[in-house]
Every structure is written in structure tokens, then in C-alpha cells.
Write a protein that binds this ligand. Sequence first.
Ligand SMILES: C[S@@+](CC[C@H](N)C(=O)[O-])C[C@H]1O[C@@H](n2cnc3c(N)ncnc32)[C@H](O)[C@@H]1O
Length: 205
Amino acid sequence: MRKNKSSKNWIIQQHRDQYFKQAKSSGFRSRSAYKLLELNTKFKLFKNCKTAIDLGSYPGGWSQILKKKLKNCKILSIDIKKMEKIDGVDFLCCDFQKEKSKEKILKKLSNKADLLVSDMAADTTGNKDLDCIRTNALCAEVIEFSSFVINESGVVIAKLFNGKDFLNVKNLAQNKFRKVNFFKPESSKAYSKETYIHCAGIKTL
Ligand SMILES: C[S@@+](CC[C@H](N)C(=O)[O-])C[C@H]1O[C@@H](n2cnc3c(N)ncnc32)[C@H](O)[C@@H]1O
């Protein structure tokens, strides 16, 4: 039997929902946890990581993965929403976009980070272009901030949308880093314009 487009989409959705079920049964707080696992398989993020920052950490799926995979690593998680405690993970409840929050993050770190991950997404408004602009602005701010918090061999992963301002963010990243790649994990919903930017090799003057 030939499958039409909507039944194909339905099957794809069911398949993708496996991640939700899998996250529940594995005790992960979000299906996003699998995105970070896939990003790690692609970019080997966890190698020699001693300090990691997780921006937009609530409810905590990515922080759980960082805790599980990184031994003897300082992990600092940040979200505007209060995240339930994860043993061994330091948490700051604040708005990343406020200057004071950035100062607080810097104060918390005794060493520069090896890994800065951001899954931050702006609240949805119903206007897709606006949502895209706001999430991509967060991504740009993460890239700007990374110069202050990661070491020379540090790596940045950040969510962005393949839409308005995508090229501006890409250009910004290419001005700051020698290597810039994009990767959409299998566990990211196919209909979503979400993707992740991977930046490595910070350019020094
Ligand atoms: C997709 S969720 C993150 C899911 C998380 N990675 C996980 O695995 O559980 C996006 C998060 O970004 C946070 N966020 C959005 N804007 C923020 C900001 N300005 N400062 C801090 N957190 C922010 C939201 O509160 C939300 O919890």
C-alpha cells in the first residue's frame, strides 16, 4: 500500500516520540537529553572536559547527561526557571540576557570552561518569525559571551533556528571561531527549524 504524505508524517512523529518514551523510562527529565548525546557522538564534546556550562538547563535533561558523562567535571547550569537539584551540578536561576547574570556566571567559575552548551529558546509568541529572531538573538549572545568564559580550545554548542537572522549568527560565529558547523540531531523534531551550531578553535588576535 502506498503511504500518503500525512500518514508518512504520522509514522515519523511516532518514531520521534520514541525519544519521549525513552527519556521517561531512562529517568531523563527531557527528550532533549538525546539531542546532546547525538551532538556528543558527532563532535566528541565530552573529551577532556573539566568545566562545563549548560545555558537554558530547565528541566535538566542536558545537565543530567553532563553529570553522567563527565567525571570530575565542574558543571554550572543556568535557567530563568528554577531547576530541581541534580547532585554535583551547580545551578544559577537567572536571566542570561541580563548583564548581572553574566557577571554571576563569571564569578562562579574558577577556571574557564572547556564546554559551553546552550539549548535556550525564547518563549513562543505564535509569530514564527519573531520566535526565530528571539531565539537566534539568544544564540548570538551565547557566541559573544563565549569569548569571556571558554578557554582557547573550548567548544560551544548552541540552539538556533534555520530562518531569520540565521546568516547573521553564522557570520558572527565565523568571525570568532576557526571551525563552525551545523548539526540537526535525529531526535530533533523534523518539522522544527531547530538546529545546533558547533563552534571550536576560538580566534585570538
Ligand atoms: C528547550 S528548553 C531546555 C531544555 C533542556 N536542555 C533540557 O534538556 O532539559 C529551553 C530553556 O531555555 C530557557 N531560557 C530561555 N531564555 C532564557 C534566558 N534569557 N535566560 C535563561 N534561560 C532561558 C527556558 O526557560 C527553557 O527552560
